[in-house]
Design a protein around this ligand. Sequence first.
Ligand code: FAD
Length: 465
Amino acid sequence: GDFAIEIDTLVVGSGPGGYVAAIRAAQTGQKVTIVEKNVIGGVCLNVGCIPSKALISVGHRFEQAQHSEDMGVFASEVKLDFEKVQNFKNGVVKKLTGGVEGLLKGNNVEIVQGEAYFSDANTVRIINGDSAQTYTFKNAILATGSRPVEIPTFKYTDRVLNSTGALNLKELPKKLVVIGGGYIGTELGSAFANFGTEVTIIEGGKDILAGFEKQMTAIVKKGLKKKGVTIEVGASAKGVEENENGVIVSYEVGGEEKKVEADYVLVTVGRRPNTDEIGLEQIGIEFAERGIIKVDKQCRTNIPNIYAIGDIVDGPQLAHKASYEGKVAAEAIAGEKSVVDYLAIPAVCFTDPEMATVGYSEESAKAEGLEVKVAKFPFAANGRALALNQTEGFVKLVARKEDGLLVGAQIIGAGASDMISELCLAIEGGMTAEDVALTIHPHPTLGEITMETAEVLLGNPIHII
Ligand code: FAD
């Protein structure tokens, strides 16, 4: 038998939820132990946000190098060395995960390698290979994240890939089938299309990128088609046959059976929370649906000393949402009054062009009975967008009708992922369209589009009739 080691605050999982929670907890004076069964950084840093964005950015370089003739650039023999591309991506990941480890240590967070399994509300076993150690803790923050859903007809293999497999491919596929046109499937499909891969996206629902406005996804779809991507919607994937050279995916669309050959098939049909097999049922943690843990506004579960954050609780499965909740949970344990407020949580999709949204859309505002005014301004009327030769897209603002209070924003266009932050701040700060319109924006920048949209809302834009 082993003697239990007493600890103060236990954080399980070192993704953007867990590592941020651990650092914030340490900042409030807690003694923190973080346990990670795999590698520091979780999905986001190792096999999610960061590696996907690295591949996407290389895809842009490659694609733009070949397609900038209208700007007078004629590049011949633009080559892609996929092994180097992967090295670049792996280097980015390594810098960040190393950085996070350094930050944890610098904040005196104890890092324990192993898999946590709860035996009661104050006790956890940490299993590492053949050895196990019992720890008793005062408070715990669960941040165990999520993993790709596997469908029985598409068991993962060397050719039937989940997002991790697709990110780590050793060779560039000539043909790739993507099952599931959510943001992960579409981002990766788009990146491979930029590398020259022939991509087919098979989506079961009415449209890809559900959750973003039709006006926005229409632009993304046009761009995907231009890259040669085939999009099948309302299509159900039936199964996959594997041979030495690749896969044959069969699916049904409009009552018709179809087959498509490819080197690989990437299945991105959702992610399930890692809340099974870690003892949570036995200690009485309450669940909502599908393995999602129920929490209050401080991310506290029904067991008062155990908190849960990130992909294992309700809401969008996004890194910044996990980190935000991590800070709230850590502060709550320290006795602070922090609570979550999701109104200004943005979501970004790194397609071509990028899409970003925060707060209410026109539709969701109306659905909630909120009377709103909306305004749009196109990238095409902005000098910087023209100079960049990236004129596709618009900014859309949603403001409360009575007083112009900003309640939402949607952006599609180059740099949307960075531009949205200004509007997150405006919404978070309770600002009106007038506040944005009166803010001096540097010229010539894409940020001016945001200012001009606010002017459209007020009825006095300068650069549009
Ligand atoms: P995770 O990052 O999943 O981390 C959980 C950690 O807990 C893991 O390291 C795991 O090993 C560990 N763990 C699990 N169980 C145990 C246990 N019992 N004991 C010890 N350790 C355990 N989000 C964005 O915001 N922007 C993006 O651009 C974006 N792109 C993405 C691209 C892809 C391809 C994917 C797959 C995801 C992407 N996401 C993106 C989503 C984002 O990665 C997740 O929302 C985020 O990682 C969730 O953070 P988390 O801390 O909840 O969990």
